[in-house]
Design a protein around this ligand. Structure first.
Ligand SMILES: Nc1ncnc2c1ncn2[C@@H]1O[C@H](COP(=O)(O)OP(=O)(O)OP(=O)(O)O)[C@@H](O)[C@H]1O
Ligand SMILES: [Mg+2]
Length: 443
């Protein structure tokens, strides 16, 4: 995953996001540049900084969708956050540094998961032994050889049963893991989180044995998986790996960045905290160190991608220092009728596929004629033009309007084929779209 070429990244995104080629390309290149950087000699490597990206485009045209798909694809620590959720340091709320702490936690989770899947065999063996020992307590020291042989034979028999799942229904007593509460999201200052972690470690050390609980073997398998991974891997080593990953591969997607811009000429009743958040973002985007549960994370090489509709404000309404830290600008295109049609039909799990699947649950076979699909795209485009442009989200409202009744009565039509054709679509929408006012309310 880490060395996908730009073309491969774009073609992955193509499966889900229609058009927006510039944005896809820019992001793909930025990701590839990190891989290129890693191949350089150490002295240049330190000086190659990531080029952060600002995506600009009106609502509903795929900004967040691109990020969402990227995050699914990548095995890099990735987090998507909303700029509007943060407050200036000193105000009540989440400070911007918490995004780095969150990213660090995600990195740790990733590293742990990849360790677990690499060592699946070891973990399974650990779980199997643990459970069989519960059912078949080991013999005391110094018993006769005959006893030991017998024991081993029954152990093997048990193993066989375990592997066949014959033991799944049995009930055994196991210790529940002592979960330390994850406080990193609580909005406490980082120093406090450290203290909290140390305390829970000490407490954990004191009563290492968690509470015993009766569970079935089947449930025990999942519960013991966590214990196995803790017993088998060195926690400090994992943290070290996670720290490296987050510093060298971390990506932060800052959505709705336009919401913290202060439009020029609108002073007075603006929220003073917005500019504060921007100022707090500066050092993080530029590169600074943040205390996290992995230790100090240096943000120099974390890639920041920000996105915003910039309807009410412009990128130039951000404070200049912040503008300068997002040198790559991409504008996303607004959606044409043709693109709307493709969004409706092409992506994996497109809207049409979704509605068909939903109706299938009721035993109804929903079919759309080609004309109907074109007409849906046409009306969606029209509605976007006549009123506000809400991009592909318009397809959702239009589809709901068309399928309103079918959806309501679906259970009565089980086993039938329902065809949605041009006539039906026109019938539902013609009146609505004709009049601008009704369009405003209904679509
Ligand atoms: N280019 C596209 N290809 C495929 N689907 C799209 C595209 N653009 C939008 N969509 C669909 O529309 C929905 C809304 O898009 P998205 O969340 O990306 O909007 P956005 O650009 O982030 O808007 P906002 O500025 O309001 O956050 C998504 O769920 C997605 O299914
Ligand atoms: Mg969005």
């Amino acid at each position: 995953m880490e060395n996908l070429t730009p073309k491969e990244i774009v073609s992955y995104l193509d499966q889900y996001v229609i058009g927006q080629n510039n944005a896809k390309k820019t992001i793909a290149v930025a990701l590839r540049n990190r891989y290129r950087r890693m191949q350089l000699p150490a002295e240049i490597q330190q000086d190659v900084m990531p080029k952060n990206i600002l995506m600009i485009g009106s609502t509903g045209i795929g900004k967040t969708e691109i990020a969402r798909r990227l995050s699914k694809m990548m095995e890099l620590p990735f987090i998507k956050i909303e700029a509007s959720k943060y407050t200036e340091v000193g105000f009540v709320g989440r400070d911007v540094e918490s995004m780095i702490r969150d990213l660090a936690s995600i990195s740790l989770k990733l590293v742990r998961e990849s360790q677990n899947s690499k060592n699946g065999d070891k973990i399974e063996a650990y779980i199997e032994n643990k459970i069989i020992e519960k059912l078949l307590p080991p013999l005391p020291q110094g018993v006769s050889e005959q006893k030991t042989d017998e024991y081993e034979a029954s152990f093997l028999r048990m193993q066989k049963k375990f592997e066949n799942g014959d033991l799944d229904h049995l009930v055994i007593k196991i210790e529940m893991p002592t979960n330390s509460v994850d406080m990193s999201n609580s909005g406490l200052p980082p120093q406090m989180i450290d203290v909290q972690e140390s305390i829970s470690k000490v407490l954990g050390g004191l009563n290492k044995k968690g509470k015993e609980k009766e569970v079935t073997v089947k449930e025990a398998k999942t519960i013991l998986a966590q214990e196995a991974s803790q017993e088998l891997f060195d926690e400090d080593k994992l943290k070290e790996l996670a720290l490296k990953r987050v510093e060298e591969g971390g990506i932060i997607f800052i959505d709705e960045i336009d919401k913290i811009a202060v439009p020029s000429g609108s002073q007075g009743r603006q929220d003073p905290s917005k500019e504060g958040v921007q100022r707090d973002l500066l050092p993080i985007v530029e590169g600074s160190t943040v205390q996290t549960k992995l230790g100090l994370v240096n943000t120099d090489h974390i890639l920041f991608i920000s996105a915003g509709a910039f309807h009410l404000s412009k990128p130039s309404d951000l404070i200049p220092e912040l503008q300068g830290r997002f040198p790559l600008r991409v504008e996303l295109d607004s959606l044409t009728e043709d693109v709307l049609y493709r969004i409706l039909t092409e992506p994996k799990n497109s809207l049409i596929t979704q509605y068909k699947a939903l109706m299938e649950v009721e035993g109804v076979d929903l079919e759309f004629t080609e004309d109907a699909l074109r007409t849906i795209a046409y009306y969606s485009f029209l509605a976007n033009e006549k009123t506000e442009d809400i991009g592909a989200r318009r397809l959702h409202t239009v589809m709901e309007k068309i399928l309103e009744e079918i959806s309501f009565e679906a259970d009565e039509h089980s086993g039938e084929i329902i065809k949605v054709d041009e006539v039906l679509v026109k019938d539902k929408l013609d009146k609505v779209v004709e009049d601008e006012d009704t369009t405003r309310y209904i679509l």
